[in-house]
Design a binder for this molecule. Structure first.
Ligand SMILES: Nc1ncnc2c1ncn2[C@@H]1O[C@H](COP(=O)(O)OP(=O)(O)OP(=O)(O)O)[C@@H](O)[C@H]1O
Length: 321
């Protein structure tokens, strides 16, 4: 079944379209990454899918329900984690969840059980009675995910869940989201700027200027845009070209910064190069494909610079219901 479907979706702010005829189909149970640069229309799309913003034209369904005609029912079937924290800093973690439980209309006993389960799932049980202002950014994000899950949503929307987090905290948030996918089977729809986060997805769509420019599995996307770039300097580069061909079956080309080769997994090749090449390796760098590479491939241009500053879900003013 399809968890999210958008057909010819438009959102205008004034006379310019932020979302420009967007089509999307997200299978139930998938973790779906919605990638794009600043100002591409990600937050505006998520705002329409979560019923916070009325589409100017087109239609969208979430959990089988039309977002424009049945918004209240859609809201009961979704959870939202906003880009900016909307937690009450003066309340404890459990109190923040209790407030949400009230909004979801859970009874007292039901709420108690659900709150305990969510704190447990996000490994926050020990911290339930601590005021949120004493939480680190990563703990707050985990609490926000717990809150998004409180009403047992069929679809969880997260707007840039890892933006502003350091790499360790980002990995921890993903560990929880990955577990959620394995254990709960709910549909997770999240926006991001980072192509690296695609590895956590079943499918991804890339949006630019309000339109989906490509969509597929991470493997499909990677295979289209190519592999890691390894740049290597050795004590004798011409001999290294031969050794790379003979011992590794790899074709290296001389470049301004050293020998360049494209491989599917640079990180595993590098240690082998150092030990098996038979030549001293002076320097080596590995660069993975980025969102810029995808853009370049599909649009013929780099991600535009100075994209307009985007607004976030929590502060959309104009056009909001
Ligand atoms: N309330 C608003 N009023 C006017 N223009 C807006 C409003 N919200 C967004 N926009 C514009 O619509 C376009 C799409 O913005 P949106 O926030 O959806 O992009 P985004 O992909 O989420 O960006 P980011 O990754 O920076 O959050 C941008 O040009 C933005 O400046």
């Amino acid at each position: 079944m399809t968890a999210i479907r958008a057909e010819g979706l438009y959102a205008y702010y004034g006379t310019s379209p932020a979302v420009n005829g967007l089509n999307l189909e997200v299978p139930e149970g998938a973790t779906f990454g919605f990638l794009g640069p600043n100002g591409a229309g990600k937050t505006t799309t998520i705002s329409m899918l979560t019923t916070l913003l009325k589409p100017t034209a087109g239609r969208a369904e979430v959990a089988g329900l039309d977002v424009a005609t049945r918004p209240a029912e859609v809201r009961r079937r979704i959870g939202i984690v906003f880009q900016e924290s909307t937690l009450d800093m003066d309340l404890t973690a459990a109190e923040n969840l209790r407030f949400q439980a009230d909004l979801c209309g859970l009874g007292r006993r039901e709420a108690r059980t659900a709150i305990a389960a969510m704190l447990d799932m996000m490994e926050l049980s020990e911290r339930g009675d601590i005021p949120v202002q004493r939480f680190s950014t990563g703990l707050r994000r985990r609490l926000e995910i717990a809150r998004g899950l409180l009403g047992s949503p069929r679809v969880l929307f997260l707007d840039e869940p890892t933006t502003g987090l350091d790499s360790q905290t980002r990995a921890a948030v993903w560990e929880h989201l990955d577990r959620l996918r394995r254990e709960q089977g709910i549909t997770v729809f999240f926006t991001t700027h980072q192509l690296e986060e695609a590895e956590h997805c079943d499918r991804i769509a890339i949006i630019d200027r309000g339109k989906v420019i490509t969509e597929g599995t991470p493997a499909q996307l990677k295979s289209i845009i190519g592999a890691d770039l390894v740049v290597l300097r050795t004590e004798d580069d011409p001999s290294a070209v031969e050794a790379l061909s003979d011992r590794f079956g790899l074709a290296a080309e001389p470049g301004p910064d050293g020998l360049r080769l494209r491989v599917s997994n640079g990180a595993t090749l590098v240690p082998r190069l150092c030990t098996e090449l038979g030549l001293t390796v002076r320097s080596v760098t590995v660069t993975s494909p980025t969102l810029d590479d995808v853009f370049l491939h599909h649009t013929g241009s780099a991600i535009r610079e100075n994209a307009p500053n985007a607004r976030t879900l929590s502060n959309i003013g104009e056009g909001r219901r």
